[in-house]
Design a protein around this ligand. Structure first.
Ligand code: HEC
Ligand code: HEC
Ligand code: HEC
Ligand code: HEC
Length: 430
C-alpha cells in the first residue's frame, strides 16, 4: 500500500492535536495557515482533543465557535488570556482583531495581568497592538521575533512564541508590585546597547557615503541605507526617552530544541504510535528490496549495476553515510514518512524516480545516480553515453544538504573529501 499524502496529513493533524493536548495547555490560537482545514473539520479535531482555542474575532453561521478569552490562576495571581485568529476562513467572518481584542479584554473579570495571543503578520500586529489598551504581554506567533528581550509596540510588550519546532519561546511574569507597571528584565541596558550599535552604524555608513561621493561613485544605495539607519536610531532614541520602569518583570528566553532537550515521554509515545502505524501500513518501505528489482520504464539503474564495473568506487561508496541513509529512516520509524524519503533515497520526485516512500524500493539510500543522474543508458553502452553529471559539483549536494533538515552542518570543503572516490578515472573497471 502506498503511503498516501492526504491520509498521512490527516493522521499527522490528529497526532499534533493529541500532542498539544497532552502538554496540558490553557489556551491557543489559530493562524491563517491553520485554516487550510475546513472549519467543521477543525472544530471536530478541537472537540476530539479538547483544544483550548480562543478566537475573539471569529463568527461562523451567526455564532462564535470558540471563546474570546479564558482566565487562569497561577501562584495566587489571576491572568486573563485573550486571543484572535487570522483569516480568511471559508464560510465564516473574521472580524477586526483590534476591536475584538479590546471587547474581550473589557469583558474579563478583574485580573492581575492580560496575555494576548495575536497570530498576525508584523504590519497588522503593529497596528493592532498600538490600538488596543490593557494588554500586559502579547505573543507574536509568526516566529519572526526571536529576541530574548520583549519589544514594545505602542504601550504593549511583545514576545515571540518560538519557531517551527526549532525554538520554543518562553516568557515568565514575575508579580512584584500589585497593580504596578510591567517591564522586561534588563530592558534599559538592552536599549542602551542597541542605541550604541545604531549610532555606530550611522557613523560608518556616513563615512562610507562621503568617501564614495569623493571618489565619484554611485551613492544611491548608501543613501537609502543611511536613511533607514537614521529611522532606526530615531525609533531607539524615542524608546529610550519613554520610561520603562516596572515593578513587575517580564523575562523572555528562546530555548533551542536540540539534543540537549530531553524527550517528553507522553508526547513521544503519541508520535511513536503514529509512526509505527504508518510503517506497518506500508510494509514495502522496510522490507529489504534488491536494487535489481526496479520497475520498468525507469531511467535509473541502481548502484548494484554500477558496482559491477566500477568496483573500487562501489566499495568506497558502501563505506559512506550515503549507503546507510535509508536504514537511518527505518531505524527512526520514518521510512514511510512522505516528508523524509526524498533526501534519503535516489531520484525522488524526478521522472521515473520514486514519488512516494513505497515507490523507493531499489532506489533507497543516496546512490550513485543521486549525484550523477539516471544511468540506465550508460550501463547499456558506457562508452557512448556519459552520465548526465559526470563530475558533480556543489550543486549536486545542495538539494539535500542546504535545507533546514540538514541542520546547517553542511560545509562543502569538509564534506566532499568524506564522500570522494579515492579511485580516479575508470581504472577501477576490471
Ligand atoms: C558495463 C560497465 C559499466 C557500468 C555498468 C557502469 N559504467 Fe560507468 N563507466 C564505464 C566505462 C567504461 C567508463 C569510461 C567511459 C569513457 O571513458 O568514455 C565509465 C565512466 C563513468 C563515469 C565518468 C564519466 C566521465 O565522463 O568522466 C561515471 C561518473 C560513471 N561511469 C558512473 C557510472 C554509474 C553511476 C553507473 C551506474 C548507473 C555506471 N557508471 C555503470 C563502465 C560502466
Ligand atoms: C539525495 C540527497 C543527497 C545528496 C544529493 C547528497 N547527500 Fe550527502 N547525505 C545525505 C543524507 C540523507 C545523509 C545522511 C545519511 C545518514 O547518516 O543516514 C548524508 C550524509 C553525508 C555525509 C556524512 C555526514 C556525517 O555527518 O556523517 C557527507 C560527508 C555528505 N553527505 C556529503 C555529501 C556531498 C559532498 C554531496 C555532494 C557531492 C552529497 N553529500 C550529496 C543526502 C544527500
Ligand atoms: C531536504 C533533505 C532531507 C529531508 C527531507 C530529510 N533529511 Fe534527514 N538528513 C538529510 C541530510 C543532508 C542529512 C545529513 C546531515 C549531516 O550530517 O550533515 C540527514 C541526516 C539525517 C539523520 C542522521 C542523524 C543526524 O541527526 O545526524 C536522521 C536520523 C535523519 N536525517 C532523519 C530524517 C527524518 C526523520 C526526516 C523526515 C522527518 C528527514 N531526515 C528528512 C537530509 C534530509
Ligand atoms: C555524493 C555524490 C556522489 C555519489 C553518491 C557518487 N559519486 Fe561518483 N563522483 C562524485 C563527484 C563529486 C565526482 C567528481 C570527482 C572529480 O571531480 O574528480 C565523481 C566522479 C565519479 C567518477 C569519475 C571518476 C574520476 O575520478 O574521474 C566515476 C566513475 C564515478 N563518480 C562513479 C560513481 C559510482 C559508480 C557511484 C556509486 C557507487 C558514485 N560515483 C557515487 C560524486 C558522487
Amino acid at each position: 500500500m502506498a503511503p498516501d499524502e492526504a491520509a498521512q496529513a490527516r493522521e499527522r493533524l490528529d497526532t499534533v492535536a493529541a500532542a498539544i493536548a497532552v502538554g496540558g495547555i490553557d489556551a491557543m490560537t489559530l493562524a491563517a495557515s491553520d485554516w487550510a482545514m475546513s472549519p467543521p473539520r477543525l472544530a471536530a479535531l478541537a472537540q476530539r482533543h479538547e483544544l483550548p482555542i480562543l478566537a475573539a474575532n471569529l463568527v461562523c453561521d451567526g455564532r462564535a465557535p470558540y471563546p474570546a478569552s479564558t482566565v487562569v490562576t497561577r501562584g495566587g495571581h489571576t491572568v486573563g488570556i485573550v486571543g484572535v485568529t487570522d483569516g480568511p476562513v471559508s464560510g465564516c467572518e473574521v472580524g477586526d482583531p483590534a476591536a475584538s481584542l479590546q471587547a474581550a479584554i473589557g469583558a474579563l473579570p478583574p485580573v492581575d495581568a492580560v496575555i494576548a495571543l495575536v497570530p498576525l503578520p508584523e504590519r497588522q500586529l503593529s497596528r493592532v497592538l498600538s490600538e488596543v489598551q490593557g494588554i500586559t504581554v502579547a505573543f507574536d506567533a509568526t516566529g519572526t521575533r526571536q529576541g530574548d528581550i520583549a519589544d514594545r509596540i505602542g504601550n504593549t510588550w511583545v514576545v515571540g512564541s518560538g519557531m517551527k519546532g526549532a525554538t520554543l519561546g518562553t516568557t515568565t511574569l514575575a508579580f512584584r508590585e500589585p497593580g504596578g507597571a510591567w517591564a522586561p528584565e534588563g530592558y534599559e541596558l538592552h536599549l542602551t546597547q542597541e542605541l550604541e550599535r545604531a549610532r555606530r552604524r550611522v557613523d560608518v555608513i556616513t563615512e562610507r557615503l562621503e568617501n564614495d561621493r569623493a571618489a565619484g561613485k554611485d551613492v544611491s544605495r548608501n543613501e537609502k541605507l543611511l536613511a533607514s539607519s537614521r529611522t532606526e536610531l530615531a525609533d531607539l532614541e524615542a524608546a529610550v526617552a519613554k520610561p520603562a520602569h516596572g515593578g513587575n518583570l517580564i523575562t523572555t528566553a528562546h530555548i533551542k530544541l536540540d539534543d540537549t532537550v530531553g524527550e517528553h515521554a507522553a508526547t513521544q509515545a503519541i508520535v511513536g504510535g503514529t509512526l509505527t502505524k504508518e510503517q506497518a501500513a506500508a510494509p514495502a518501505v522496510t522490507q529489504k528490496v534488491p536494487h535489481k528489482t526496479l520497475g520498468g520504464g525507469t531511467p535509473y539503474a541502481g548502484s548494484d549495476r554500477c558496482k559491477v564495473c566500477h568496483v573500487d568506487i562501489g566499495a568506497q561508496w558502501e563505506g559512506t553515510a550515503h549507503a546507510r541513509a535509508w536504514q537511518t529512516l527505518v531505524d527512526d520509524d520514518h521510512a514511510a514518512d512522505v516528508a523524509c524519503f526524498s533526501c534519503h533515497s535516489t531520484g525522488a520526485g524526478q521522472p521515473g524516480g520514486p514519488q512516494n516512500p513505497a515507490q523507493v524500493r531499489g532506489l533507497r539510500d543516496v546512490q550513485c545516480e543521486a549525484c550523477h543522474g539516471p544511468g540506465l543508458t550508460h550501463v547499456a553502452r558506457p562508452k557512448d553515453s556519459p552520465l548526465p553529471v559526470p563530475k558533480p559539483d556543489q550543486a549536486a549536494c545542495s538539494g539535500c544538504h542546504e535545507s533546514e533538515r540538514a541542520m546547517g552542518r553542511f560545509d562543502y570543503a569538509t564534506y566532499l573529501p568524506q564522500v570522494m572516490h579515492k579511485a580516479t578515472g575508470t581504472r577501477d573497471i576490471p
